[in-house]
Ligand binder design. Structure first.
Ligand code: HEM
Length: 405
């Protein structure tokens, strides 16, 4: 008789807290065999130290099944043929291949590069969007007016994508991320985006004076001995458009919701805007939007936290659970902007740690203090339990955040 494995917790009791079952799992079974929403089975790791070990261990491969954790309509998680049309690129590669690609991009994502090339642009568009919110009149949906357009504009600026094309690629990325859509619908979105980036690469190549990361990459690809093929350029373009968009939108919406429902933390930020650095780090930890965690596959037998993991096993680190581990963070369920924190797992850890983290930080650090400074009376226009959450997406987020002032 086969015993059915327990299911991964998904439902939340409170919109800003991970599922309550994680408390018990972390204490009693921190590494447990579980059934993921996709139907696949594997290990779930819920403690901070052990989760960090999984990400840092080179025996843990990022070459994981395409459909490892989230449930997706019409996808058999065990059928890797049904992977859709998108090449996941270097996110799913191991060393040394992964590093060779990542190094080609890294220079554009350092704190210094973000500060000099993007911060003035972010300052400008945030001011413009706050002006537009004021002009639109109340109530306003902060997702529509801030969370959606700012990350989209920033990624367009970084890549050198015309913002005029935003509607097309926003719909395409939305379709691709929506786990309630069929695989065929998601593939349509991916095909549109691939076609779009293919045309853009051709346009950049035809114009030697073109600017932005994509144009730089086209020039690199055209040098002798470059590892970059046109297929790589397209996969990197799609990856960046995709990775930088939905994630930051989710963090903007959830951070605003947290501050709207935590008056003392909000007041701290208003009284001392210089606190925004630690405040954003704490919000990243507290909210940890990559809600189902990240998967890795054991390349050989490995022991993690006293548990033997066999070659080929899928291991998923729940960053939302690990980032609320009381062994690593005192009073983890309270957002504390004075917390002494050296690191968290919201951006992952190890060689794949988020390449765009400084871009996301720059956006959040600019938006949050200015939003509450501009609208001192800002408050939710609906009761908290009526705020529409994106509960089943890869990134947890707020669908609509109606506010008034
Ligand atoms: C708050 C916003 C964001 C969050 C929470 C987030 C989260 C993450 C996480 C958890 C990973 C690790 C994936 C893994 O280990 O398999 C990752 C990787 C990545 N992220 Fe982000 N991300 C955010 C914003 C961005 C932005 C703005 C960009 C681009 C401008 C970006 C681009 C990437 C890329 C390219 C990777 C792959 C890195 C690699 O495999 O070496 N992300 N992100």
């Amino acid at each position: 008789m086969t015993v059915e494995l327990p299911a991964m917790p998904v439902e939340r009791e409170h919109p800003l807290d991970p599922p309550v079952e994680y408390h018990q799992l972390r204490e009693e079974q921190p590494i447990i065999r579980i059934r993921f929403p996709s139907g696949r089975t594997g290990w779930l790791v819920t403690r901070f130290e052990e989760g960090s070990q999984v990400f840092a261990d080179p025996r843990m491969s990022a070459r994981r099944p395409r459909h490892d954790i989230a449930a997706e309509d019409g996808v058999d998680p065990h059928d890797d043929g049904a992977t859709g049309v998108l090449d996941p690129g270097f996110v799913f590669m191991d060393e040394p291949d992964h590093g060779a690609y990542r190094r080609l991009l890294a220079g554009r994502f350092t704190p210094k590069s973000v500060q000099t090339r993007l911060q003035p642009y972010i300052d400008r568009i945030v001011t413009e969007h706050l002006d537009a919110i004021e002009a639109a009149g109340k109530p306003v949906d902060l997702i529509e007016h801030l969370g959606l357009p700012i990350p989209c504009l920033v990624i367009c600026e970084l890549l050198g994508v015309p913002y005029a094309d935003r509607d097309g690629f926003h719909h395409a990325t939305e379709a691709m991320m929506d786990v309630s859509k069929t695989q065929a619908e998601r593939d349509d979105g991916a095909r549109w985006l691939i076609g779009y980036i293919t045309d853009l690469v051709a346009a950049k190549r035809a114009d030697p004076s073109s600017e932005g990361l994509l144009a730089d990459l086209v020039r690199t690809a055209d040098q002798e001995d470059s590892i970059l093929t046109d297929k790589d350029l397209i996969s990197i373009g799609v990856l960046l458009l995709f990775a930088g968009h939905d994630t930051t939108m989710a963090m903007i919406g959830l951070s605003a919701l947290t501050l709207l429902t935590h008056p003392s933390q909000r007041q701290e930020l208003v009284d001392d805007p210089a606190k925004v650095g630690p405040a954003v780090e704490e919000l990243l930890r507290y909210l940890t939007i990559v809600q189902f965690g990240l998967g890795r596959v054991a390349k050989e037998d490995v022991e993690i936290g006293g548990q033997r993991i066999a070659t080929g096993d899928l291991v998923v680190v729940s960053m939302p659970a690990a980032n609320r581990d009381p062994r690593a963070f005192d009073d983890p369920d309270t957002p504390d902007f004075d917390r002494k924190m050296t690191r968290h797992l919201a951006f992952g850890y190890g060689v794949h740690q988020c390449l765009g983290q400084n871009v996301a930080r720059a956006e959040l650090r600019t938006i949050l203090p200015r939003l509450f400074e501009r609208f001192p009376g800002l408050r939710l226009a609906t009761p908290l339990d009526e705020v529409e959450m994106d509960t089943y997406g890869t990134n947890y987020g707020v669908r609509k955040l109606l506010v008034t002032w």
